[in-house]
Design a protein around this ligand. Sequence first.
Ligand SMILES: [Fe+2]
Ligand SMILES: [Fe+2]
Length: 165
Amino acid sequence: MTDTPSFFLLAEVHRWLDSLFLDHQLALLSLDLPAASACLKHYERNLKLHIEDEEDALIPLYEARTENVPGGAVELFTGEHTKLTGFIAEFHGTLATLNGKPERELKHDIIKLFDREAICKGLVEHHHAREQNILFPWLDTVTSGEERTALLAGCASVKAWREPV
Ligand SMILES: [Fe+2]
Ligand SMILES: [Fe+2]
């Protein structure tokens, strides 16, 4: 590795996003529904920033400068983003049904929610691997150091990771 900036910096953002989702699951494990909901909103806000960084700047550049990358069609990246945001909306909906339930029923429903969230986490893992194996190395290949510096400086999710509120 050189000192040249690399889009692999975004793998750190991926790890940070995973840790925010874990905060939500830890709150669920403690049956703390307000915290679970707040943490999910925080995760969702930052995931949205990250998806916007990718869809508004990085993926269009990748699309313009690459051709027929195996496993790297733009629709695969954006389709996974749509599925992920759909999962988060579903989890908010499920959380909204849990208030006021007796403890045994609540725990049962939380286990069911964890099962759904496990599917989402599998998709996230797959998506991050696709980006880290295809999108980021290709972007590193087709951009100059100056472009990488400027693009990464413009990523709202990198700023949010570095300066969490
Ligand atoms: Fe993504
Ligand atoms: Fe990403």
